[in-house]
Design a protein around this ligand. Structure first.
Ligand SMILES: O=P(O)(O)OC[C@H]1O[C@H](O)[C@H](O)[C@@H](O)[C@@H]1O
Length: 472
């Protein structure tokens, strides 16, 4: 069975992620493209460094080739944003990326992109699931990979330069060049190294990299940049006196940052910093979009500039759709993904990294210094984030309490209103909030709370733990 979640289809290799299911998905896409009459344009596919990613891409391509739909395969492991860029630039109706992003090494998956290089939204993914369900026995056809190539249905490409040139053209390379910065990179064994190095070295930064070898086990860690996974980068930055440490997740659409003091900068802070920078230093104007579980500091910064902040459910497809609708200049999520208007319609850790380096160069300030300025000008709010594993029964029980019966625990703050847009989110009168929602990518319940001070945020998380009978 192929079922899409917040960020594409993901499954454990050998369990759900099998040749059979990969080809079913490909056949579903073939049928959908034919029905929509867009088969002539073909499809672009890329893959990351995970176990079986390249093979999975080829297995999918063999199905498209059998159906006489041309597949352009990016023939080196590549960042997800590169594939999204290529779909957008060359106006492909669809693109696909073989990756399970930041998930553990035993997972793999496929992200589907639609016109404009956007993450397929729920309507599209539901449609693909329906096409897959309707596939009859023996309907999935494949031809040999080499035959597909010979017949011209499979073409290998490597469009890295176009993607890099687009970033280089939109970043102030001259300012970076003049600043002579030292940057440490941690691609987390994933796919960002070539792109980041090329951009930063073109701007004459001194660049050094850790965790760059190809390791499908990701060094035994989760390829997701977080305070818990970036200890080596922290030490490296402090020891060798780098100006900034930049990490990206397995497929380079998310970013993690270590400041010059070795502190982990939460993705929330990165978003706040960049929004502030774009408006205050680059003179841009416009709203910002965040998901329902992302910091309300963005609302404060927007208010300070007389702009709006829009809230959407978790999932970058919602961010990019809202950005398009409102003309927002930046959009992002607390999970580490963001994009800026004028770049691609999906998150891009490589572009975000280049912009952050530009920010340090242009402002001549340390990240921690800019963050202090923002807090002084706009006020403060602090987030506590907790994730909980559960059994299937426990999930059903919690779902009933939160989403069916819509019960809330006894809370110490006055409630303004409650939203069920994605999970159960309580907005307090003091500007704080708490959300309890089920992850769409992992079997976890996420409880995030933001309050004027961290102790209160932790206290409210504990109240939810007791209320739902959860243990960390
Ligand atoms: O909290 P989750 O549902 O697990 O989602 C966390 C993140 O997962 C993926 O990376 C999606 O692409 C993001 O849009 C989402 O923010």
């Amino acid at each position: 069975m192929v079922k899409f979640g917040t960020g594409g289809w993901r499954a454990v290799i050998g369990d759900g992620f099998t040749k059979e299911n990969i080809q079913l998905l490909a056949q579903g896409m073939v049928n959908k493209m034919k029905k929509e009459g867009v088969q002539e344009r073909g499809v672009v596919m890329g893959y990351d460094r995970r176990f079986l990613s390249k093979e999975a891409m080829q297995w999918a391509a063999m199905v498209f080739a059998a159906a006489h739909i041309k597949v352009y395969l990016i023939n080196k492991s590549s960042p997800t944003p590169l594939v999204m860029f290529h779909v957008m630039k060359h106006e492909f109706p669809y693109g696909m990326m073989i990756t399970a992003s930041h998930n553990p090494a035993i997972y793999n998956g496929i992200k589907v992109f639609t016109a404009g290089g956007r993450d397929a939204d729920e309507v599209q993914t539901k449609d693909i699931e329906d096409y897959i369900r309707d596939i009859g026995p023996g309907e999935v056809k494949e031809i040999e990979y080499e035959t597909g190539k010979k017949e011209g249905y499979i073409e290998e490409i490597y469009p890295l330069n176009d993607y890099l040139d687009n970033i280089i053209a939109s970043v102030n390379m001259q300012a970076i060049r003049e600043a002579g910065l030292k940057v440490a990179l941690d691609p987390m064994y994933g796919v960002s190294e070539t792109s980041l190095k090329m951009i930063l070295m073109t701007a004459r930064c001194e660049v050094a990299t850790i965790h760059d070898r190809h390791d499908t086990l990701f060094g035994g860690k989760l390829p997701a940049p977080s305070a818990a996974t970036l200890h080596s980068l922290q030490n490296y930055v402090v020891e060798k006196k780098f100006d900034i440490g930049i990490a990206t997740d397995g497929d380079a659409d998310r970013i993690g940052v270590i400041d010059d003091q070795g502190n982990f900068l939460h993705p929330n802070d990165i978003l706040v910093l960049l929004y502030y920078y774009l408006v205050k230093f680059k003179g841009w104007s416009g709203p910002v979009v965040r998901n329902i579980a992302t910091t309300h500091m963005l609302d404060k910064v927007a208010e300070q500039f007389g702009e709006s902040c829009y809230e959407v459910p978790v999932g970058f497809k919602h961010i990019s759709a809202k950005m398009k609708e409102t003309g927002a200049i930046i959009g992002g999520e607390s999970s580490g993904g963001l994009t800026v208007n004028g770049h691609i319609n999906g998150k891009d850790g490589i572009y975000a990294a280049a912009l952050l380096v530009e920010m340090i160069a242009v402002t001549g300030k340390k990240l921690s210094g800019i963050m202090k300025d923002i807090r002084r000008e706009c006020g403060e709010i602090h987030m506590e984030e907790r994730d909980y594993k559960f059994t299937r029964e426990k999930k059903e029980e919690m779902y009933k309490i939160l989403m069916v019966d819509k019960r809330l625990p006894e809370l110490p703050e006055e409630i303004d209103h409650v939203s069920y847009l994605d999970g159960s989110k309580v907005y307090f009168k003091n500007g704080g909030w708490v959300i309890a929602r089920f992850s769409g990518t992992e079997p976890l319940l996420r409880i995030f709370c933001e309050m004027p001070n961290l102790e209160d945020a932790a206290k409210i998380c504990r109240i939810y733990e007791n209320f739902l009978g959860l243990q960390r």
